[in-house]
Design a protein around this ligand. Structure first.
Ligand code: NAP
Length: 261
């Protein structure tokens, strides 16, 4: 059976890749586009374009909203989707802590499936998982994120999520009084959860991350490069499949795929 999908951000780089993927997918049917302006390129798709999310969800009653826009726009789209019982998969990054907490609360309160994924690439998820393991063995870590110069947010959602996952392991180890894990407090890049993150924004890059661990006389680097936006499509498909079977909030692709199986 076809899944009725609304794509928000169709003029964007990710939106265009998503539309291309869905065009060839046997079960995904784009029933409407959500944008804040319309142009000829959108008209050519022959799919209704809405500038108001409330009207869009009320009239089209889609199964899923897929959103690649900006944090402000995505926050608005998601809250209105949840209000109308529309499931959500958002790849938008840069939500504030407050926005994120509100979305999580609202989703769980309304029993509507919502998945927010800072990086849909399967390789990036493996990088994050390996980083979570590696921090058990190395006392120091820094993260480098390199992206194209049009990326709005820095650090990247992936760099932030990697730092969070590393800290989850560190917290457990500190609770066990592991003496190796002191707080890192050098002022290079920006610190997030006490981890230095360096963000480079230059034309030529797509999306690249390195998690660099330092130990006694050795450096251990985990590196991931997305060289095309196609790299995000397999993870996105998995998230859309998954959201159809849940009525709660999930953050991160690592909570969708079973890495340890
Ligand atoms: P982009 O090319 O700038 O696309 C964003 C699009 O959203 C633009 O067309 C923008 O229009 C549009 N937009 C802005 N406000 C809107 C609104 N109120 N309603 C509808 N559309 C609106 O950026 P991108 O590279 O596609 O990335 C989009 C988001 O996805 C970013 O947050 C990025 O970090 C994230 N991303 C996530 C992943 C992942 O795997 N999760 C991968 C890549 C990127 P205007 O340009 O006219 O303002």
């Amino acid at each position: 059976m076809d899944l009725k999908i609304v794509v928000a951000g169709p003029r964007g780089k990710m939106g265009a890749t998503v539309m291309n993927m869905m065009k060839n997918h046997p079960e995904f049917k784009i029933v409407a586009l959500l944008d804040y302006k319309t142009n000829q390129a959108l008209a050519d798709f022959n799919i209704p374009v809405y500038t108001n999310s409330e009207t869009c969800f009320k009239q089209m009653a889609p199964d899923v909203l897929v959103d690649f826009t900006t944090p402000q726009a995505s926050f608005k789209h998601i809250t209105s989707a949840i209000k109308h019982g529309v499931k959500v998969v958002s790849g938008t990054t840069g939500f504030s802590k407050d926005q994120f907490t509100k979305l999580k609360k609202m989703t769980n309160y309304n029993n509507v499936g919502c998945i927010i994924v800072p990086n849909f690439s399967l390789g990036a998820v493996l990088m994050m998982e390996f980083a979570r393991i590696a921090i058990k063995y190395f006392s120091h870590v820094e993260i480098i994120d390199k992206h194209h110069d049009q990326k709005h947010d820095s650090p990247s959602g992936t760099a932030i999520r990697t730092a969070e996952l590393i800290n989850e392991t560190k917290k457990v180890m500190n609770e066990n009084n592991d003496p190796k894990h002191e707080t890192i407090q050098h002022a290079r890049g920006a610190t997030y959860n006490n981890i230095n993150i360096h963000s480079i924004r230059l034309p030529g890059y797509m999306a690249h991350h390195e998690v660099v661990f330092g130990g006694s006389g050795e450096i251990f680097t985990i590196k991931h490069d997305s060289i095309s936006r196609e790299s995000f499509m397999d993870g996105l498909k998995l998230a859309i499949d998954r959201v159809m079977n849940i009525n709660y909030f999930i953050h991160g692709l690592e909570n969708i795929i079973s890495i340890n199986d």
